[in-house]
Design a protein around this ligand. Structure first.
Ligand code: NAP
Length: 447
């Protein structure tokens, strides 16, 4: 564990506690999937029994999920463990029964090789076929493109930038045999702060959001990059306090040179589009370094130029001031697909702004109430996904046990004798879930 963490620290410049936590999360999510497959209920067995009495006799039909085949996986630079070699995409594909071919992320090659060696040891120890997990070490686009277009690959899980995700998605759907391509990409994770809540908790909110925005130098896909409020005295106080706190945050080494360069370029572009610099952090400058930034603009500018709401990956935030409620709702309506949208509100706020929920539920995979978007719980109910461009398939999640369904498909067996059916579909299996006997559906309890 020590060795893995110190290798990842040297390659990613992320802090030790952050990496220790991420490694633990990676182990826990592996255990969660192990539990899921031991339990067996993930196959979602559905049993429709026959009815010979019906005028046109009804056949016996039984459905379950089966693995899709070999899965290609691309990990992201900002999660050297949890979205990497043995990360959520690889583990959910393996749990489904799919062999994995992993494309190494050039942001942490040595860490990847060490985790891949652990995977190889486990494969040998349990006498699994060698091809169950393979890592491609090419550090170029060509390797990735060859992986996505290889005829044996039947699905891909990708975590990374919009540019990379979209390029590889296009390659996947242009194949002679198109395949499902699940890309989890960037997001600005907008935070709407409603007037009463802003009045009640001005300073507290600024503290919570600066902390979330600056965690790991903003290098989280769930980083709250856009804050939206109505113009008011409290909104001004919030901005002043956020700025004051931001100035106490110093610059730091980003994951890689290209990520730092893209951040600096992204902030410059926001300024060219009219966003105004409100405050910056302090500290060292130079190659790899990025400085915290707080920018401001008004809702009109955002409504006229949606590019202001594109992700700038790093420790920056854009604060959007709306003239009134209508304009705030209008900003929400103009959002692109997001991984998360957060609302800070009192009960009274929600009486006035009920519509906001109706709008944002259409925009994101996870809606957060009076909290921060960073920190993704790995649990059965989690949705880490959302409408395009946050992902290429809004019906899926890349975190939590439902991530397995990206790599399965349903198949049904008609009129099979019980002993020839897969065990999950046989009559005496306590795990088959829906059972329809003569039109009467019942749900078996899961052991
Ligand atoms: P990235 O630059 O997109 O790289 C990810 C992988 O994609 C790398 O292996 C890279 O290969 C490959 N790639 C990129 N562009 C390609 C292209 N045009 N053709 C073929 N392959 C290509 O992303 P990253 O810098 O590692 O990660 C940071 C980004 O990930 C941020 O935008 C962040 O928001 C996002 N992210 C999203 C989530 C989520 O769950 N949605 C989680 C974490 C991070 P090579 O570089 O080896 O060629």
């Amino acid at each position: 564990e020590e060795d893995l963490v110190s290798t990842a620290m040297a390659e990613t410049h992320l802090a030790k506690p952050r990496l220790q936590g991420e490694l633990q999360r990676t182990v826990n999510q592996t255990k969660l999937f192990a539990e899921l497959i031991r339990n067996g209920s993930w196959v979602n067995a559905i049993i429709d029994t026959s009815n010979d009495e019906r005028q046109s006799p009804k056949p016996d039909i039984r459905q379950m999920q089966i693995p899709l085949g070999v899965v290609g996986v691309f990990g992201a630079s900002n999660f050297p463990f949890a979205y990497s070699v043995a990360g959520g995409d690889s583990i959910s594909a393996l749990a489904a029964g799919c062999p994995v071919v992993y494309k190494l992320n050039p942001g942490h090659p040595e860490t990847s090789k060490k985790v891949a060696a652990i995977m190889a040891n486990v494969t040998a120890e349990f006498d699994l076929p060698k091809g169950v997990f393979t890592m491609l070490q090419g550090q170029d686009y060509d390797t990735g493109n060859k992986l996505v277009t290889h005829p044996l690959i039947k699905a891909v899980g990708f975590t990374g930038s919009f540019k990379g995700g979209k390029a590889l998605y296009d390659a996947a759907v242009k194949r002679d045999e198109p395949i499902p391509f699940y890309a989890e990409m960037g997001s600005v994770n907008p935070v709407f702060i409603l007037p009463q809540m802003l009045k009640q908790k001005t300073a507290e909110l600024a503290e919570a959001l600066v902390t979330s925005n600056q965690a790991s130098l903003g290098q989280f896909c769930t980083n709250p990059g856009v804050m939206v409020m109505q113009k008011s005295e409290e909104q001004k106080h919030f901005g002043d306090h956020f700025n004051e706190l931001l100035r106490k945050n110093s610059s730091g080494k980003m994951l890689a040179k290209n990520i730092s360069n893209n951040y600096i370029k992204g902030i410059e572009e926001l300024k060219k589009m009219g966003a105004v610099e409100i405050g910056t952090g302090t500290g060292e400058k130079g190659e790899l370094y990025s400085t915290p930034e707080m920018l401001g603009t008004d809702a009109n500018a955002v409504l006229n130029n949606p590019a202001l709401l594109h992700e700038v990956f790093g420790p920056g935030s854009l604060h959007v001031a709306a003239q009134n409620k209508e304009q705030l709702l209008n900003v929400a309506s103009h959002l692109e697909g997001q991984l998360t949208v957060t609302v800070w509100a009192t009960d009274d706020d929600m009486k006035d702004y009920g519509e906001l929920l109706d709008i944002i539920v259409q925009k994101a995979g996870r809606i957060i109430f009076n909290g921060v978007p960073t920190g993704v719980e790995v649990t059965a109910a989690m949705v880490h996904g959302g409408p395009f461009p946050a992902t290429t398939d809004s019906r899926s999640t890349s975190v939590g046990t439902n991530a397995i369904y990206r790599f399965t498909r349903p198949v049904c067996f008609q009129n099979f004798p019980d002993h020839l059916l897969p065990a999950a579909l046989q009559n005496n299996n306590p795990l088959n879930i829906y059972r329809n006997v003569n039109g009467d559906y019942t749900m078996n309890s899961i052991q």
